[in-house]
Design a protein around this ligand. Structure first.
Ligand code: IVH
Length: 674
């Protein structure tokens, strides 16, 4: 018994501590899923041993007790939260509880909404005028942020239209868009002022809960309503939740367009799946969907408990953040010598993907996290973004664990690393005499948009370099069958195939050749523009600052990089030798690229079905080189859906959203037009 008491005491303290970090400091260190787990554990223990619990247990508190900084406000009607479910099984349990209470559940209409990952707010309007805005706080007492919300453009200060109640409380979510979150953090880093926010939710909370509302004004916040609190007796509340939203729209609020009425379990599951698919394409964070019974009459019949209504539920998406262990740090040397730290993690599944590595960007990130090997870390993977370490659970740090220190020598060639003034990157300056830089360069050289030597990947490059068959790019053209057959898994047939693709690569367009040189900041588009301007390799080699500066996209810095590159004797020596082995084609390919570029530049593209006339990977790369972006899911943001045979559900979604559909025949025509 004593042990249980001790454990209850411990877990309550832990929960309170994490509530404090989350609500008070906007700096949570635990992923939501871990916090929910603790809360669930506490609830289970309470069911077993109710005698050990008081009303003050944190399960009864909706949120955290607010600090003394902002003025406190008692809500006229408590602000409830939502119970969470995580599976279809949980959903059926929710259904059966409703069924039990109502006696029958046929023909119930549900309103499905996004669960916005922000913070709840109560807006009190009297005679249509915004009188007070308060955060949820602990659900009973919140904080006064009235002045602050004056700076949130989609919160009306005065309700529009007719039938304005004498008094009404509008409830909803304040949140921050991804782009505003990114630029806020960038600014904090640039000005070296304060700590960056770990996610848009914390950024929104930190931006709203400010004593100086002018700070809120500078941060771009948004608002979606998701309920009505109290209202005056004379007001005729609409009969359904959906109609309440329509009313709020008339009053001047912006309603989320994804909100949908449904009347079957299947529709609810479809909605959940669709929103989960679209999650990475949205401009703001969501962490699930909310399912609400639409009829207000039924809502009232079902009522609420102290914590949440019985007529609504949050069906959460799989967590995007998980805990794992930092096993090591790999300091990788990039093509241009930049050292990038990569965290090697104990593998962990996050939304269906096994995560083993996380990007640590640069030395500042390592300093920010104060990483030690063996640390328990929170890893976040959202959408297609490369996984990132959000923070470290310091409490779980092992004694005597080693602090991560940025190396002073290159892990490839042991030369001294250099950090230029005003630059965050740390570099190895050895160029190709550093084996890692050489390997990375060779991979770039053979890539599709460069020399397009098909069939060579990192594995073969590693072996060729380690066997000393490749010391420079020139050696590609002296490789022979015997050499290749000494590599792992190479037989005569595969060796001949590779030699054939090397031979094929000898015919190359000037733009691809320039790109293959790997000049700093000269990407695919710049390479094309350079090829158009100079037409011949010799003319490019003689380029000067003035002519470079006239080219679209080539500013002072890039021009300087090009001239630096071309002024080095060893580079010219290699280019001359290399060009003798190649046939460099100029001009005619360019026009068509610009035609494609006009169509696909800056466009978002999704593929569905099996392609017959194109290789999917090649087509994707081609689109990317023309300035397009490839996405996995159809949304309003998508401009083109490319379809092959046996299309999937993306096809119907695209039709619904009026996304342009291109089949392979149309693509062939477009590509042939020039
Ligand atoms: S309804 C009485 N609808 O999620 C019903 N809440 O985890 C109260 N949230 O406290 C909330 N999107 O801050 C509702 N569409 C939505 C929501 C939503 C986000 C937040 C809200 C709530 C929390 C519960």
């Amino acid at each position: 018994m004593n042990n249980i008491k001790k454990y209850i005491h411990w877990i309550i303290n832990e929960i309170r501590y994490h509530q404090y970090l989350y609500h008070e400091l906007n700096e949570p260190i635990l992923p939501d899923i871990e916090y929910d787990r603790m809360l669930k554990k506490l609830k289970n223990i309470k069911d077993q041993y109710p005698e050990f619990f008081t009303d003050n247990t944190p399960i009864n508190n909706v949120g955290y007790i607010p600090s003394g900084l902002l003025k406190k406000v008692k809500h006229q009607n408590p602000m409830l939260s939502l119970e969470n479910i995580f599976s279809k099984k949980d959903y059926y349990l929710f259904q059966s509880k409703i069924k039990k209470k109502l006696g029958c559940i046929e023909n119930i209409i549900y309103c499905c909404e996004l669960k916005i990952d922000g913070l709840a707010i109560n807006l009190l309007y009297k005679f249509g005028k915004l009188i007070r805005a308060s955060t949820r706080g602990n659900g009973i007492i919140g904080e006064d942020v009235t002045e602050n919300v004056h700076y949130i453009s989609n919160i009306p200060l005065k309700l529009l239209g007719n039938h304005i109640p004498e008094y009404i409380e509008i409830r909803g979510e304040i949140f921050m868009m991804h782009k505003d979150f990114e630029s806020l953090n960038k600014n904090i880093i640039r000005k070296n002022k304060g700590k960056i926010f770990s996610n848009p939710r914390n950024a929104a909370s930190g931006s709203l809960r400010q004593l100086n509302p002018l700070i809120t004004a500078k941060r771009k916040l948004n608002f979606f309503p998701h309920g009505i609190g109290g209202f005056s007796k004379t007001f005729n509340l609409p009969c359904s939740y959906y109609d309440c939203l329509v009313k709020m729209k008339e009053w001047g609020f912006i309603i989320n367009k994804q909100t949908k009425l449904v009347n079957s379990d299947k529709d609810i599951f479809d909605y959940y799946q669709k929103m989960q698919d679209q999650r990475s394409n949205l401009k703001f964070d969501i962490d699930g969907i909310v399912i609400k019974i639409n009829s207000i009459k039924i809502q009232n019949k079902l009522g609420s408990n102290n914590y949440a209504p019985n007529w609504a539920i949050a069906y959460k998406f799989p967590a995007q953040e998980k805990l794992t262990t930092l096993k090591n740090i790999d300091f990788q040397v990039g093509r241009t010598g930049v050292i990038t730290p990569v965290a090697k993690l104990k593998p962990v599944m996050i939304s269906g993907v096994k995560i083993k590595n996380a990007n640590l960007y640069n030395i500042n990130e390592i300093k920010r996290l104060n990483l030690h090997i063996g640390d328990t870390v929170v890893v976040r993977r959202s959408g297609d973004v490369i996984p990132k370490i959000i923070n470290v659970i310091i409490k779980k740090r092992l004694k005597n664990s080693k602090k991560v220190i940025f190396p002073i020598q290159c892990p490839g060639c042991q030369s001294k690393l250099v950090r230029y003034k005003d630059e965050v990157n740390i570099r190895c300056l050895s160029g190709f005499s550093c084996i890692y830089q050489l390997k990375k360069f060779l991979i770039h050289f053979v890539s599709y948009d460069a020399m397009n030597i098909q069939g060579i990947g990192i594995n073969i490059i590693n072996q060729l370099v380690d066997n000393k068959y490749l010391k420079t790019v020139l050696d590609f053209y002296s490789l022979n069958k015997d050499m290749l057959m000494k590599l792992n898994n190479f037989q005569e047939k595969s060796a001949l195939k590779l030699l054939y693709s090397i031979k094929n690569s000898r015919k190359v367009f000037l733009s691809n050749f320039i790109y293959a040189l790997g000049i700093r900041d000269v990407g695919k588009i710049n390479s094309k523009n350079l090829a158009i301007r100079y037409k011949k390799l010799d003319f490019f080699l003689k380029s000067d600052f003035n002519s470079l500066n006239q080219i679209d996209g080539i500013g002072m810095n890039i021009a300087k990089n090009i001239l630096d590159f071309l002024s080095q004797e060893k580079n010219i020596f290699f280019i001359k030798k290399l060009s003798k082995k190649l046939k460099i084609l100029s001009v005619q390919e360019k026009k068509e690229d610009f035609y494609y570029k006009n169509i696909f530049n800056n466009k978002n593209i999704v593929f569905t079905g099996r392609l017959v006339n194109f290789k999917r990977k090649e087509l994707e790369r081609r689109f990317i080189s023309l300035g397009a972006r490839i996405y996995n899911f159809v949304s309003k943001k998508i401009h083109y859906l490319i379809i092959g045979e046996k299309v999937g559900s993306k096809f119907n979604q695209a039709k619904l959203l009026n996304v342009k559909i291109l089949d392979e025949n149309k693509l062939i025509k477009i590509f042939k037009k020039n």
